[in-house]
Design a protein around this ligand. Structure first.
Ligand SMILES: O=C(O)CCC(=O)C(=O)O
Ligand SMILES: [Fe+2]
Length: 365
């Protein structure tokens, strides 16, 4: 990436502080009880785990998990393959380039809030093919299939990705069960939404940056899906906006842990009992960094709205229903369009605050 192009430069107010607030950090939750036979025969052993999840989702929107059941070898295999892929010359990576029609593959010009991110990525869908709406037009019912594309090198990348996806999908369902229980719902409440999921995985590579005080690896944003499960290496750089005071807090890398965050969809489903929290990634001038987020997303036809069991006359729905597939393809497409338009966001569907904004055109009447 070389010299710092002005496209990467953050506005003053969004530039990172190079001194780090690590504080006591986000909660660390041990999931080992899920793998013990007692948890099945005696659900009360789950109770304290469920309340840890509830507190973490409510107070932070972020937590780390250990003893999660995903084999370390699987993760290391993928990390190694990802390093080999990104170490290739740009021409080789561009052979599996992403574009408006082919959304899986390599990409190095992602923008967050219209500022370019200091990173390169490789995306693939968890279910191949993935079915999505053919267009962003609300009245168009046509669907298309997204197919993954795989590079020739390294040859083991495809298998590593597919095996990892399978493991992470299992973990996502377990976490959604815990989140359902933490909201007072039956454990399997969310299962139905994810049968034909639109989940995808991103391999992120953040090269060293000569101006870590001006640019960001990923600018401040919230994740649009239901849940994100992130694997980060030992370099560090992820920062979370602390709900209590709006301070940016660095998430300390913990060996073999995953970082979990509540996405916008859980915010809507839970009618804001849990909130999707803003985060960003700092880069540094010495060490490259790798991370792998798994974005757990429902089927394209899912109409996202506050769950009836979590709303009442006293606490009425705070969002209008919206179609996830249309939202998702609008987001995916926006990276290839004009840079001065605002991305679609859930607040466009917020009741009483939305009026005639962009969301109005996509909401389900
Ligand atoms: O690399 C990271 O630590 C986080 C990346 C992220 O937030 C994202 O890709 O949505
Ligand atoms: Fe994110």
């Amino acid at each position: 990436m070389g010299e710092v192009d002005p496209a990467f430069i953050q506005d003053l107010e969004h530039r990172p502080k190079l001194s780090i607030t690590q504080a006591e950090g986000i909660p660390l939750i041990d999931l080992s009880v899920l793998n013990s036979p007692d948890a099945v025969s005696d659900p009360s052993t789950l109770d304290s785990l469920v309340s840890e999840i509830r507190n973490a989702c409510r107070d932070w929107g972020f937590f780390q998990v250990i003893n999660h059941g995903v084999p370390l070898e699987q993760r290391q295999k993928l990390e190694k393959a990802a390093r080999k892929f990104f170490a290739q010359p740009l021409e080789a990576k561009l052979k599996v380039r992403r574009d408006e029609l082919q959304v899986s593959g390599y990409y190095d010009t992602e923008h967050t809030k219209n500022v370019r991110d200091w990173k390169e990525v490789f995306d693939f869908s968890v279910h191949n093919p993935t079915i999505v709406p053919a267009s962003t037009r609300p009245d168009d019912k046509e669907v298309v299939e997204w197919h993954n594309q795989w590079p020739e090198y390294p040859p083991e990348l495809r298998e590593a990705c597919e095996e990892y996806a399978e493991e992470l999908e299992k973990l996502s369902f377990k976490l959604m069960e815990l989140i359902a229980l933490s909201l007072g719902l039956p454990a399997d409440s969310f299962y139905g939404y994810f049968k034909e999921q639109t989940s995808f995985i991103r391999l992120n590579h953040y090269p060293p940056c000569p101006a870590p005080d001006l640019a960001l690896g990923v600018g401040r944003h919230k994740d649009a899906g239901a849940l994100t499960i992130l694997s980060q290496d030992d370099v560090g750089g992820l920062e979370v906006k602390r709900k209590s005071d709006g301070e940016w807090i660095r998430v300390r890398p913990t060996p073999d842990a995953f970082i979990i965050n509540v996405g916008d969809i859980i915010q809507v489903w839970s009618n804001e009992t849990y909130e999707s929290v803003e985060h960003r990634v700092m880069v540094n001038s010495e060490r490259e960094r790798f991370s792998i987020p798994f974005f757990f997303n429902p089927a394209h036809y899912t109409i996202v709205k506050p769950l009836e069991l979590l709303t009442s006359e006293k606490d009425p729905p705070r969002y209008k229903p919206y179609n996830w597939g249309k939202f998702f393809v609008t987001r995916k497409g926006s990276n290839f369009k004009k840079l001065d338009v605002e991305n679609i966001q859930i607040y466009h569907f917020k009741i009483s605050e939305l009026a005639d904004r962009l969301g109005e055109t996509l909401s389900v009447k």
